[in-house]
Design a protein around this ligand. Structure first.
Ligand SMILES: Cc1cc2nc3c(=O)[nH]c(=O)nc-3n(C[C@H](O)[C@H](O)[C@H](O)COP(=O)(O)OP(=O)(O)OC[C@H]3O[C@@H](n4cnc5c(N)ncnc54)[C@H](O)[C@@H]3O)c2cc1C
Length: 207
């Protein structure tokens, strides 16, 4: 998967929002250590977590499976705009079927698990779908036999409070392996000066 951070809110927006409550704007150090400490103290330690909602992150996420997408979509406090299979299945229609052991070629369309039996079955499903498309069935109907491993991409926007919740739930070893990878990749894509807000949410990756 590839994660691109498209945009993020500067920390000063959040520290200024907090300073609104006490009108202490003159104490700001323009996003320096004093402002960072204030955000952590009020947003995290004092649990005035709504102040963290002033920080937003816009990500472009590529190469995740539709299996992961349906778990990601459960996080209601976030916004998604997802590549439409109805419009993009034509990418598959005009190429040759894949050999069931052509993992490298098929990885253009599928997220592979590393378990050969599963990945070959995914390739077969992809080839079946392709044959159906070539026979003239519309994308609208053909998409119902997409394998869950089919790759997709989306723009995902989330505020810091909700991202903390997401990272804490989805970097946990009880979460699906692919969403654990996503959680870690999102953390790594954050600006360095923002990461301290999420360090207690993200769980250490195993292996
Ligand atoms: C390991 C794991 C296994 C899971 N297994 C399953 C499963 O088998 N089946 C399944 O259906 N789901 C499953 N889920 C999904 C899970 O139930 C949540 O839907 C998902 O993690 C989103 O979490 P959330 O509600 O905290 O996030 P968000 O939807 O982003 O909500 C963020 C926070 O806002 C508040 N909030 C949002 N909406 C409401 C509301 N309507 N009422 C009150 N408070 C609200 C809550 O405090 C919530 O934590 C699983 C999740 C994990 C991490």
């Amino acid at each position: 998967m590839t994660i691109t951070l498209l945009h993020h809110t500067p920390l000063t927006i959040c520290s200024n929002a907090i300073r609104t409550c006490w009108q202490s704007f003159d104490k700001s150090d323009n996003g320096g250590e004093k402002d960072k400490e204030l955000i952590d103290r009020v947003g995290n330690k004092f649990k005035h977590a709504s102040t963290l909602e002033h920080l937003s992150y816009n990500f472009y996420i590529q190469g995740i499976s539709r299996a992961l997408l349906q778990e990601l979509a459960r996080h209601r406090i976030a916004s998604l705009s997802v590549k439409s299979t109805r419009y993009t299945l034509k990418e598959l229609k005009d190429i040759e079927p894949f050999h069931t052991k052509d993992f490298e070629g098929a990885s253009r369309f599928l997220v592979l698990t590393g378990v050969q039996a599963v990945d070959s079955a995914s390739i077969e499903a992809l080839n079946n779908l392709q044959a159906i498309l070539k026979s003239g069935v519309s994308n609208d109907r053909a998409k119902y036999c997409l394998p869950e491993s089919y790759k997709t991409e989306l723009t995902w926007s989330i505020n810091a409070r909700s991202l903390q919740n997401f990272l804490s739930l989805r970097s946990d070893k009880s979460a699906l392996w692919e969403i654990q990878n996503l959680a870690h990749a999102l953390f790594e894509a954050l600006p360095m000066e923002h990461r301290y807000l999420f360090e207690s949410s993200i769980k250490t990756k195993e292996g």
